[in-house]
Design a binder for this molecule. Structure first.
Ligand code: GSH
Length: 204
């Protein structure tokens, strides 16, 4: 294999490495797959939890967990991570960690409620996840100038943009958050984002 291979699902977390590779001009392939295949021991791209994305490097090394994948890409290719001796570097890691541990898991709780609770708890689980996310989005609003690390776009911006695409009420998400609104519009019209989104297969 000479190219990177992403195992993913249409519109899901595999958008993040797709956006980063496309933004950086790096060639990759994507295979849209399913949990049954990823959870199979011995199969290429194995992840014990069956989650995507999984990145397979040209030398065969397999990486899952989005933060590890983002780190691999941004360490190997310059341009989407602030230099490690800058203040922006700490902002980058703080915000990326915050999003990974609150927003991402918050959307998972809303979209896969049955993984967490039985039906009587569905409504409350969703409301509690949204309540926590609302606090984080208010904090993000204060940090956007216009991107998370200031004037220069970084990987954390593509990460944030991807998560917001899973929100159930995008009007509410934007409401009272002018910086976030401007950010989402900017990201949506970025050529790399437009290109990747136009290539997502229709969900079945
Ligand atoms: N911690 C993982 C979470 C990945 C994740 O939840 N992926 C979702 C798609 S966006 C998934 O595979 N969901 C199916 C499932 O959880 O079974 C990461 O950051 O990569």
């Amino acid at each position: 294999m000479s190219k990177y291979l992403i195992l993913g699902k249409s519109g899901a977390g595999s958008l993040i490495p797709e956006f980063l590779f496309t933004e950086l001009g790096i060639d990759y392939e994507i295979k849209f797959t399913n949990k049954k295949d990823i959870i199979k021991v011995g199969k290429k791209g194995y992840n014990p939890l069956g989650k995507i994305p999984v990145l397979i490097l040209p030398n065969g090394t397999e990486i899952f967990e989005t933060l590890a994948i983002v780190n691999y890409i941004t360490m190997g290719y310059k341009g989407l991570c602030p230099s490690s001796n800058s203040n922006e570097y700490f902002q980058y890691w703080k915000m990326l960690s915050l999003m990974a541990t609150t927003l991402y898991s918050g959307y998972h709780r809303q979209h896969h409620r049955d993984f967490y609770v039985d039906e009587p708890g569905f409504k409350s689980l969703k409301l509690k996840a949204q309540k926590e996310q609302s606090i984080i989005f208010d904090y993000i609003e204060k940090n956007l100038t216009p991107y998370i690390c200031g004037k220069t776009i970084t990987a954390v911006d593509f990460y944030l943009y991807t998560l917001t695409r899973w929100d159930f009420d995008k009007t509410k998400l934007r409401n009272g958050r002018p910086n976030l609104t401007n950010f989402l519009d900017k990201l949506r019209s970025r050529p790399s984002v437009t290109r990747v989104l136009s290539q997502q297969p229709k969900k079945t």
